[in-house]
Design a protein around this ligand. Structure first.
Ligand SMILES: Nc1ncnc2c1ncn2[C@@H]1O[C@H](COP(=O)(O)OP(=O)(O)OP(=O)(O)O)[C@@H](O)[C@H]1O
Ligand SMILES: [Mg+2]
Length: 512
């Protein structure tokens, strides 16, 4: 019989107006990597919050047995004491504290006097950093690291706590392929040391590559647990369990009929806000009516900086270059100007810039389109609600009503709120930065369909994505950006992962 380190039986959890879990069963073997898959809002994060005491005993129904004992955790501290460590979907590091301070936050290394022993703190942190493959100094502020490295710091932090079960909630959602591969190797390394992991991910090929078992959850119920060593079990199998049907394809069909150039950008150059270097260097691109254009680039290539600097100078200094909409030069100096010019930019970082998490769905969606929804400066509440309701329906946003607080939605549903918000401004050019990050396969298809509908109405879309297959599946043309320069463009017929990668890594050979 299998040795189960964890058994969760008939777990139920209700929030006001939402039944998040209605009888979930999960059995995890000692020393395995166990994946949990399910659509946005299926209840994955909630289940892990129940397990780790974020939702304390008494606030949910059912039974949890871990390592031979029945658990009634009343806080995260209790579960950590038992050896369960969770790394949340939203990273929780403190940016202005050092790596070492973050690792030992709440768990400080003290000397006999009771004061923090900095020598020991930094020395131990250094050892943990090396064990996750980071060469950074322990004294470096966490805010200076990219998301990939922050994720590794989170793991180093977990390892400092004598972990038996590590829970990773969408650890690779924000990572590029290289960083993801590194992280997955690390999880394999933990497995060989006998540490059990639970990993939640929408990247089903990663799940296939790393998991020993996969439990599929749909609408707060366990559908099945799949043995990934069985050659019959494929990604399609997981998808069928998640959405309850077969998906014909990942990308909806679209006929391409590009019209006139809508947005043209020439010689766009942007300086870093406080360092003395160019983040975008003489970049030029255009997008036509009815066209989806992609921008491919590695982390740090300047993709987001290019988009944000165009979008009303929301990033960078000394921005110069020319931008034309329908052949007329535009000079948007603020986000409001940019919206007036017909631009919209849906951010990759929905927490920081995209949403007000404390406000409800209706307010968030209407936020950028207030001009369209008001008369004489007064927001028409009825129009606001109606617009939000129709967006909720067409985007299939899972929430009790448009009055639901955005911060309480599942990650993927928050992303759909961001997209709805920008679609409502009815822009001529919609720039989407990592539009499907953290989004389930079914919802991705819905978003691609929305993009198609939008361009079929004669609008233009620019997609920035780290997922090269997504660019190839959705775009007509793809530009490659490398170290702030456009290194080439390919019609989608000629674009492959290899040809794009070659352009994306070409910066060093360029002289200018
Ligand atoms: N604190 C909360 N208050 C109210 N409702 C909540 C809360 N947390 C979660 N929910 C609701 O419970 C349901 C399940 O959410 P959960 O975050 O577990 O989904 P998920 O499977 O992790 O989805 P995703 O893939 O989008 O992250 C959703 O309908 C969500 O809105
Ligand atoms: Mg989640």
């Amino acid at each position: 019989m299998a040795d189960h380190i964890l058994e969760m039986r008939s777990i139920t959890k209700e929030f006001p107006g939402v039944k998040a879990l209605s009888g979930v069963t999960l059995a995890v073997e000692r020393g395995e990597v166990h994946a949990i898959c399910g659509e946005n809002g299926a209840g994955k994060s909630t289940l892990m919050k129940v397990l780790s005491g974020v939702h304390p005993a008494g606030s949910y129904g059912g039974e949890i047995r871990f390592d031979g004992t029945t658990c009634t955790f009343s806080s995260i501290r209790d579960s950590e004491h038992a050896g369960i460590v969770i790394i949340h979907q939203e990273l929780a590091l403190v940016p202005h504290l050092s790596i070492a301070e973050n690792i030992f936050l709440g768990n400080e290394r003290r000397g006999r006097s009771g004061l923090i022993d900095w020598h020991r703190t930094n020395a131990e942190a250094e050892g943990l950093l090396r064990s996750v493959g980071l060469a950074e100094q322990p004294t470096t502020p966490v805010g200076q690291l990219g998301v990939g490295k922050q994720q590794l710091v989170e793991i180093a932090k977990a390892l400092s706590k004598d972990v038996k079960l590590l829970i990773l909630d969408e650890p690779t959602a924000a990572l590029n392929d290289n960083d993801s591969a590194h992280l997955l190797d690390l999880v394999r390394g933990l497995r060989s040391r006998g540490i059990t992991s639970i990993i939640i991910s929408h990247k089903l090929h990663e799940v296939e590559a790393i998991a020993d078992h996969t439990t599929v959850i749909r609408d707060g119920r366990t559908v099945e647990t799949l043995d990934m060593s069985d050659p019959e079990v494929t990604v399609d199998h997981i998808i069928r369990g998640m959405v309850g049907r077969d998906l014909e394809s990942f990308y909806p069909e679209r006929e391409s009929h590009p019209g006139d150039v809508v947005l043209q950008v020439e010689d766009w150059t942007v300086r870093h806000p406080y360092q003395d270097r160019l983040v975008v260097n003489g970049a030029g691109f255009d997008v036509r009516a009815g066209e989806v254009v992609g921008i491919a680039g590695l982390m740090g290539a300047g993709r987001t900086e290019l988009a944000m600097s165009l979008f009303g100078r929301s990033y960078g200094r000394y921005i110069c270059g020319r931008a034309y909409m329908h052949g007329r030069e535009i000079k948007p100096r603020t986000v409001a100007d940019a919206i007036d010019c017909g631009l919209a930019y849906a951010t990759e970082d929905r927490k920081e810039y995209g949403l007000n998490l404390l406000d409800d769905i209706a307010r968030n969606i209407s936020g950028s389109a207030l001009g369209k929804l008001s008369t004489w400066g007064l927001v028409n509440a009825q129009a606001e609600t109606a617009a939000a309701e129709s967006a909720m329906k067409s985007m299939n946003i899972k929430a009790p009503s448009v009055k639901a607080i955005v911060g309480k939605l599942s990650g993927g549903n928050q992303q759909k709120v961001v997209l709805s918000k920008w679609l409502l401004t009815d822009p001529d050019v919609l720039i989407l930065d990592e539009p499907t990050r953290g989004i389930d396969v079914g919802a991705k298809y819905e978003i691609y369909t929305l993009i198609n509908r939008f361009v079929e109405a004669g609008k233009a879309v620019v997609v920035i994505s780290s997922d090269l297959l997504e660019l190839i599946g959705t775009c007509d043309r793809i530009y490659a950006l490398s170290a702030g320069r456009i290194t080439g463009q390919l019609p989608v017929a000629d674009a492959t992962e290899e040809s794009l990668m070659t352009l994306m890594t070409q910066d060093k050979e360029l002289t200018r």
